[in-house]
Design a protein around this ligand. Structure first.
Ligand code: DQA
Length: 146
């Protein structure tokens, strides 16, 4: 299967960005781990981080033409703001899992609202970087033929 991992704004700074909230693992580490996990299971994985909403939207549009089977997305701050990104995921109708490093429900009230959770296959938050591995495990399980 083909998996696409999308990382929203400021996640390029992982490792140095508020490590008490987001941990010390870098985005490169996370991507490498996911790549290894996917290829070990015989799957293909691509990733993109962008600070620009339009770039993430266009990547989601392209995902349909490319035949991407599943998306893992941490929309970061766009989680709480982006109807456009939500609509893009609805438009391509590719199943996705929403991932957050921090427990957004234990933080500011504005982080309790997500434009993605009600249309996601599942949501993982508060477990740190391992959340991405758990999400990939779940995605591969969902894609496995019965
Ligand atoms: C985040 C949580 C968001 O509220 C925040 O804007 C982020 C990261 C997380 O992974 O915990 O940038 O998505």
């Amino acid at each position: 299967a083909s998996i696409l991992v999308l990382h929203g704004p400021n996640l390029n700074l992982l490792g140095t960005r508020e490590p008490e909230k987001y941990g010390h693992t870098t985005l490169a580490d996370i991507n490498q781990q996911l790549q290894d996990q996917a290829s070990a299971a015989g799957h293909h994985l691509q990733h993109l981080q962008s600070n620009a909403e339009y770039e993430l939207i266009e990547r989601i549009h392209d995902a349909r033409t490319e035949g991407i089977d599943f998306i893992l997305i941490n929309p970061a701050a766009f989680t709480h703001t982006s109807v456009a990104l939500r609509d893009a995921l609805l438009a391509v109708a590719i199943p996705f899992i929403e991932v957050h490093l921090s427990n957004v429900h234990a933080r500011e009230t504005f982080r309790h609202q997500s434009y993605f959770s009600d249309i996601a296959s599942g949501v993982i938050c508060g477990l740190g970087a391992i959340g991405y591995q758990l999400a990939l495990t779940a995605a591969l399980e969902q894609l496995a033929p019965e």
